[in-house]
Design a protein around this ligand. Structure first.
Ligand code: PSU
Ligand code: MN
Length: 306
């Protein structure tokens, strides 16, 4: 097993010294954001984690190995490649038995982080229950992965393109706690700070988040946690405008019969087009902020644990 894991020297040192580490996903780079914004986001996310005093570990697959921590050149190549596979739990064996690139989803990143001893990751939006899942059964593997792997995810909630209420229900069933960082217990829906629904665990501070994660690990609970970090107030989208665009993007996906793993990337790129880049701007701003807050939570977690 160990020979399949390639851990960068910065991450290896941090693991050895029990320093705070934040894992970062790579599907957002290979499938979620357009070029060249993806590379810019990759670099800004790593810088945001570093500015908090934690160590970033971007996770991806390449040439039969699971990479934990990317060099500048690797980030560049990953963001350029055309043929990366979107990798969740079921995809590891296939992609690792070949030689190509894999961009890990939140599910894939949580799995790989856990294999390498990292307890927290940061990203933009968690996958969830797709609208119409009662017919399509399309429920992101992010939810079941968090149900079986004890890694915390810092995200701006669940994207409004999904069914947020059903997603919270499945997280409950999977034993995954949801908390909102800050002074409101509203669960965010990515573009907006308040989806109209609440986090089950309510509003918590960064210190409390670190402690909750430490206790989850101490007790040996085998499921993960969602720390929802709302988009900063000055970057929040116009809810009515974005809802209209989402309806349009979903209709177009239906017309073109786009389903399964292709669904989220298609809707995201359609939204970017329809909003003239506005949704991408919000995405960039919130993911960078989540990496900063993720780094702060990782530090609190390290203090509690060490
Ligand atoms: N939400 C976003 N941007 C993304 C994704 C989700 O706002 O890029 C990606 C993440 O990697 C997430 C994955 O884990 O999509 C979920 O895809 P699916 O619904 O096919 O499981
Ligand atoms: Mn799916």
């Amino acid at each position: 097993m160990k020979s399949r894991l390639v851990i960068s020297s910065a991450v290896r040192t941090a693991l050895k010294n029990h320093e705070p580490i934040v894992a970062l996903e790579s599907t957002i780079l290979t499938h979620g954001l357009p070029r060249p914004t993806n590379l810019e986001v990759a670099q800004r996310c790593e810088a945001a984690v570093k500015s908090s005093g934690s160590v970033p570990a971007t996770i991806f697959l390449y040439k039969g190995k699971i990479h934990i921590g990317a060099s500048e050149e690797e980030l560049f190549e990953l963001c350029q490649c055309d043929d990366a596979v979107k990798v969740s739990r079921r995809d590891f064996a296939k992609v690792l038995s070949g030689s190509g690139w894999g961009g890990t989803t939140i599910a894939g990143t949580v799995l790989a982080a856990n294999l390498s001893g990292i307890d927290l990751m940061a990203t933009g939006g968690l996958g969830g229950v797709h609208r119409g899942a009662e017919i399509s059964f399309d429920i992101s593997a992010d939810l079941s992965e968090l149900g079986r792997t004890p890694v915390a995810v810092v995200s701006s909630g669940v994207k409004k393109i999904l069914d947020v209420q059903k997603t919270l229900e499945v997280l409950e069933t999977q034993g995954v706690g949801t908390y909102t960082i800050g002074d409101s217990d509203a669960f965010p829906d990515f573009y907006m700070r308040d989806s109209g629904l609440k986090s089950h665990g309510g509003a918590i501070s960064i210190e409390e988040a670190g402690k909750i994660l430490a206790v989850n690990r101490e007790v040996g609970i085998s499921s993960g946690i969602v720390f929802a970090n709302p988009v900063p107030k000055d970057s929040e989208g116009d809810g009515i405008f974005i809802s209209g665009l989402i309806d349009e993007a979903l209709l177009e996906a239906g017309r073109q019969n786009i389903t399964g793993p292709a669904s989220t990337p298609f809707i995201l790129s359609k939204l970017a087009e329809l909003s003239g880049g506005k949704t991408v701007e919000i995405n960039v701003r919130l993911v960078e902020n989540n990496c900063l807050v993720g780094g702060q939570i990782a530090k609190e977690f390290a203090l509690q644990r060490n």
